[in-house]
Design a protein around this ligand. Structure first.
Ligand code: 6PG
Length: 250
């Protein structure tokens, strides 16, 4: 995919239909990975949009179709809060999904991100990726699926505009201070996102209409948004609700 404005855009009536479609795609991608490689290595997205997807995956309708014993769970990014903090991406995933499905504990890899050890925590997670995820010939993790969201400013994971992490080409995981949020984050970097076999974006709500309209509209000479700087080596798909697609030209 030359850039993120090229891939297929799936527009759904609302968040529920969006989440159900993504649960179906999870099932297909998971089954394919397990059939071909014996495992499914997936990085979960944070924020609020994926909550419903995770709850659906844990529910009776979808959970039986995932071979949870072969699933390995990572996180694309994490806030600099304890794992039981209301803002923790890990806590949300644990509450909505991981506490309800039989993924072996040693196959769940949360990111530790404490403000007073943030650089060490980022380096530690890079080691976690290297020790647990399948690696490509250059030693970069080769995840089967990355679930991602997009912020109104075009960030994805914690690759925020005007931050040094956007230029990180060597580290797999880095710490980033986000001035606008006045907080530290730990995030996978572009090398890891680009190497994933498949990227699946979930975007919902009218506050995302401007960014989705820009991503899927005529390209102009404005500097690219972080999400537009992705150069996926695999495939990507976008699932949005009607509200987020409101400014996409038919
Ligand atoms: C995070 C996410 C971030 C998120 C977007 C969209 O930690 O917040 O990793 O990249 O996906 O900000 O968030 P919403 O789904 O809450 O709109």
């Amino acid at each position: 995919m030359p850039d993120v404005s090229a891939p297929t855009l799936h527009v759904h009536a609302d968040l529920e239909q969006l989440s159900r479609a993504c649960a179906e795609r999870w099932g297909a991608l998971c089954s394919e990975a397990i059939a071909q490689r014996g495992a499914f290595h997936v990085a979960l997205a944070g924020g609020s949009t994926p909550r419903r997807l995770y709850a659906l995956l844990a529910g009776d309708e979808f959970s039986p179709h995932t071979d949870w014993g072969r699933v390995h769970v990572y996180f694309g990014d994490e806030r600099s809060v304890p794992p039981n903090h209301p803002d923790s991406n890990y806590r949300m995933a644990r509450e909505q999904l991981l506490a309800h499905v039989p993924v072996p504990e040693d196959q769940i890899h949360p990111i530790m991100a404490a403000p007073d050890s943030i650089e060490q925590d980022a380096a530690s997670y890079a080691r976690t990726l290297r020790c647990n995820a399948p690696l490509g010939p250059d030693g970069t993790p080769h995840l089967d699926l990355m679930l991602l969201g997009v912020g109104p400013d075009g960030h994805t994971a914690s690759l925020f505009p005007d931050t040094p992490i956007l230029e990180e080409k060597a580290k797999l995981v880095a710490a980033v201070y986000v001035e606008r949020l006045q907080t530290w984050r730990v995030s996978m970097t572009f090398p890891v996102l680009n190497r994933a076999r498949h990227l699946l974006f979930q975007v919902a709500g009218n506050e995302k209409a401007e960014v989705i309209g820009r991503l899927f509209g005529p390209q102009d000479d404005r500097p690219p948004l972080p999400v537009q700087r992705l150069r996926p080596e695999g495939s990507a798909e976008w699932h949005v609700d009607r509200a987020a697609a409101a400014r996409v030209q038919p």
